[in-house]
Design a protein around this ligand. Structure first.
Ligand SMILES: [Zn+2]
Length: 163
């Protein structure tokens, strides 16, 4: 109930704002050098958008794909941007299969804060590798997520797998 009450009113899928303070816009900035890409966990940046590691992952290797522009709803993206997003997700699945051998992968999009979007103003896809038994009592009872590999190690491994 506290979570639902905390949902702010500025919760249209697009949300307000021009992208200032948005971590996806920062990650999509063309001014980023290699060091910055390490810092922002961006694996791939091109015309299609960005593919990056999620800093607050559900599991090891949780990736995000996002368009370069600060647009909150898939309906505001043009067909080329939507197709590019799917291409980046597909690249993500290849990188994950090559490096982490997941037994399954969840892929999806949360539109609006009540649907779970942590950043409603900038549309993004989640690519989440899964293993049998990876969700256990720790997350629900212990309120702890079990992430056995450090983010920067995952990042190096995935980056090395880029074609
Ligand atoms: Zn943004």
């Amino acid at each position: 109930m506290a979570y639902i009450s905390g949902l702010d009113s500025a919760d249209s899928p697009s949300g307000p704002g021009d992208g200032s303070g948005c971590f996806l816009c920062e990650a999509a900035s063309e001014n980023l050098g290699d060091d910055d890409m390490d810092r922002t966990l961006v694996l791939q940046r091109d015309d299609r958008g960005i593919l990056m590691l999620n800093r607050y992952p559900y599991t090891n290797g949780h990736l995000l794909a996002a368009p370069l522009s600060h647009v909150g709803d898939i309906s505001e993206l043009n067909p080329q941007q939507r197709a590019g997003l799917m291409e980046l997700c597909e690249l993500g699945t290849r990188l994950l299969r090559k490096t982490m051998q997941p037994q399954g992968i969840n892929m999806g999009m949360n539109l609006g804060r009540c649907a779970g979007a942590g950043l409603p103003g900038h549309a993004h896809m989640h690519v989440v590798p899964r293993w049998n038994g990876d969700v256990n009592f720790m997350q629900t009872v212990g309120q702890v997520r079990v992430i056995p590999q450090a983010l920067n190690e995952s990042f190096k491994m995935l980056k090395a797998a880029l074609p």
